[in-house]
Write a protein that binds this ligand. Structure first.
Ligand code: APR
Ligand code: PHB
Length: 390
């Protein structure tokens, strides 16, 4: 098989790029390790920057998002028994975010791919990039006992943190930056009415908590837990009781509890691999970078990678202009590191750090007090949260 762009990974990054390229008549193939059902079974975050929402519309995948997604003009920071609203709309000249589950977004992308007859090949094993430093790269993969080969002009590594693409790059050609946090997030999905019309990020002596949602009948809650905790340590009742302890009384009293339909613990990590290009292979999304979920930057960071790659590929194939491809890594990393900074800052601001000395705790509290008292600080928070320009 021959294609112009071979994409490893059928998650949001790979699917979005595949759809955008197809709309421009640029031939591509997506190789996905798992079934569509498996991919859609993943529970992920649900806050889209306005830039990502625009990209979904450009990819002709935004109809359900616009119908079912919720526009949020702000969120709350709960602390000291009360809460302060962060006015995103007011501090960014009218920008907001869209609350729409990543699972639904990925479903929309799969359905759009299917409608266009896009080539997404599922249940592939042993995907391997070959000759990526030549002008004739290829991908091999196995289905059952048969090994198949796809010749392509470019390879896109959109295969997530544990994928094969980044690991294909020789260790002396790539530099990895990583920061691990001394806690994780225990997340619960429940068919309950969200406790607040907008998200609530809670800073509490007992640890961080977050009240989010997927719809008006599907809530998503998180509490910070030690890395040693397991899901088995947390009954639904224990989770709800701890969440209530970390919320202001009015929210704790109003919290509608119910059976968890999903419960999981995720560690928090910051990670960046540089450069995001090796030969004719380009890394995008989680394959190249990971952020702690506090700032809801994960999917949104992938969006800017895809935006840059999409325009670079169009310029290459339609104008013979390779400037975008040549500058991709530098351009993408400039925005990625800003998302890394914001995610680190918001995580540091709101979580209980077990090894903090008292001075650190005072600085953390002062950072919050400064934020809530400064228009400049609030504007900085808001412009990062709604999404810096691509
Ligand atoms: N071969 C083929 N497919 C692979 C391989 C492989 N060797 N390794 C991983 N994959 C697939 C995974 O099964 C997954 O479906 O690549 C896809 C990568 O998708 P994601 O991990 O979702 O990464 P990405 O598409 O960049 O989306 C980033 O998703 O994980 C969240 O927090 C993340 O919100 C962010 C967004
Ligand atoms: C979520 O809804 O899963 C979510 C929302 C905001 C975050 C992180 C996760 O910052």
């Amino acid at each position: 098989m021959k294609t112009q762009v071979g994409i490893i990974g059928g998650g949001p990054s790979g699917l979005m790029l595949s759809q955008l390229l197809d709309l421009q008549g640029i031939d591509n193939v997506v190789l996905e390790k798992h079934s569509r059902e498996y991919v859609l079974g993943r529970i992920r975050a649900g806050v889209l920057e306005h830039g990502f929402a625009d990209l979904m519309r450009e990819a002709q995948c935004g109809e359900r998002m616009d119908k079912e997604g919720e526009i949020h003009h702000g969120f709350y920071i709960a602390h000291g028994g009360g809460k302060d609203r962060i006015d995103l709309h007011g501090h960014t000249g009218g920008n907001s975010v869209v609350v729409y589950g990543q699972t639904e977004l990925t479903r929309d992308l799969y359905e759009a791919r299917e409608k266009m007859g896009g080539k997404v090949i599922h249940n592939v094993d042993d995907v391997k990039p070959h000759n990526i430093t030549t002008d004739a790269p290829s991908l091999t993969y196995r289905q059952g006992d048969e090994v198949k080969c796809i010749d392509c002009d470019y390879v896109i590594g959109a295969d997530g943190f544990h994928g094969v693409s980044r690991k294909t790059i020789p260790s002396d050609k790539i530099r990895e930056y990583e920061k691990l946090y001394p806690f994780g997030w225990l997340g619960v999905l429940s068919r309950t009415k969200p406790v607040s019309p907008e998200l609530v990020y809670a800073k509490h002596e007992r640890g961080f908590a977050l009240c989010s949602m997927r719809s008006q009948v599907l809530s998503r809650y998180y509490i910070q837990v030690p890395l040693t905790d397991t899901v088995e340590d947390w009954s639904d009742d224990a989770f709800w009781a701890e969440l209530k302890r970390r919320l202001p009384a009015d929210l704790a009293d109003a919290l509608e509890t119910g059976p968890s339909i999903e419960k999981s613990i995720a560690p928090l990590r910051s990670f960046v691999a540089e450069p995001m290009r090796y030969g004719n292979m380009f890394l995008a999304g989680d394959a190249a970078h990971i952020v702690p979920p506090t700032g809801a930057r994960g999917l949104n960071s992938a969006a800017s990678d895809i935006y840059y790659l999409y325009h670079a590929m169009v310029d290459h194939y339609k104008k013979g202009d390779d400037t975008g491809l040549e500058n991709y890594s530098k351009t993408a990393l400039a925005r990625i590191w800003k998302a890394q900074r914001f995610s680190w800052w918001m995580t540091t601001l709101l979580h209980k750090f077990p090894d903090n000395i008292p001075y650190d705790d005072k600085l953390q509290q002062t950072d919050l007090e400064y934020l809530l008292s400064s228009e400049a600080a609030l504007t900085s928070l808001a412009e990062n949260y709604v999404g810096l320009p691509f």
